[in-house]
Ligand binder design. Structure first.
Ligand SMILES: Nc1ncnc2c1ncn2[C@@H]1O[C@H](COP(=O)(O)OP(=O)(O)OP(=O)(O)O)[C@@H](O)[C@H]1O
Ligand SMILES: [Mg+2]
Length: 241
């Protein structure tokens, strides 16, 4: 049975593109025509540089988020690094999300500064300036206090700042929000987050973006291989064999 999401699918209308851009050289994206979001949680996985953030950002911008991150209403300056791929996207939308956040680990610091600058009611951020909290603390306080449910949450590597224990806390929070009518699209390398049940995992590692299982992800396999064979693996790695 299909679930009605805030974003049910995307299509790319390449005919609208007048000039080639860098994403035309990314193999996972250049062959992409459409992608379905049938689950409440969709993960994007793949090697560094495989196009995950580019696609997530294009979806976010098309939906109305600022390319630098933030909630749908935030309107802080952008140095326009966002990709115009969003211009060719067609989003098949369900009802409008009541809440939403586009969280980019790499520009979280700028967003924290913005929250400080405009003097946002800090209750939503745990009562303290995000800059006065550690990276992981501020990240989780944002999610715990500001993500209210009935929302669309687009997260780019949310595990970056978090200890394994806090990744488990994030996993619990995501589950709560999903039970409260939320949809997530998450770029991640975390074998912990990827373990969430009933999610769709899209791999960007081949010419066509394809759905894989948890056990097929590199994050799972390499972590498992390392933990189970650490000593022999290290020996092999050091001797370049
Ligand atoms: N603004 C840009 N201009 C030119 N090339 C870009 C731009 N942004 C990204 N790229 C290139 O596009 C490719 C895909 O980048 P992207 O950030 O989408 O990768 P990613 O899958 O998110 O990787 P990672 O796991 O390292 O975050 C990379 O080769 C990157 O160098
Ligand atoms: Mg990325």
């Amino acid at each position: 049975m299909d679930i009605n999401n805030y974003i049910n699918s995307i299509k790319i209308n390449w005919n609208k593109q007048e000039y080639k851009d860098y994403y035309n050289d990314i193999s996972s994206l250049k062959n992409l025509n459409s992608l379905d979001f049938k689950k409440k949680i969709t993960f994007f996985v793949g090697e560094n540089g495989s196009g995950k953030s580019t696609l997530l950002e294009a979806i976010a911008v098309n939906y109305g988020f600022n390319p630098e991150g933030g909630s749908i209403n935030y309107n802080f300056s952008t140095n326009s690094t966002h990709s115009s791929l969003s211009d060719f996207l067609l989003l098949s939308k369900g009802i409008r999300a009541k809440d939403g956040f586009f969280l980019r680990a790499e520009s979280f610091y700028n967003m924290a500064s913005y929250v400080d600058d405009i003097g946002v009611d800090l209750d939503g951020y745990g009562g303290r300036s995000l800059h006065e909290q550690s990276h992981g603390e501020s990240f989780l306080s944002l999610i715990n206090n500001r993500f209210r449910g009935n929302g669309l949450y687009l997260l780019d590597e949310p595990e970056t700042a978090l200890s394994p224990q806090r990744q488990l806390s994030l996993l619990i929070k995501i589950n709560e929000l999903v039970n409260n009518n939320s949809q997530f699209i998450i770029v991640t390398h975390s074998p912990i987050l990827l373990g969430i049940d009933d999610a769709c995992i899209y791999s960007f590692d081949s010419e066509i973006i394809n759905q894989i299982t948890y056990e097929e992800t590199e994050s799972y396999n390499i972590t498992k291989l390392f933990i189970e064979n650490r000593k022999s693996l290290l020996k092999r790695l050091y001797s370049n064999k």
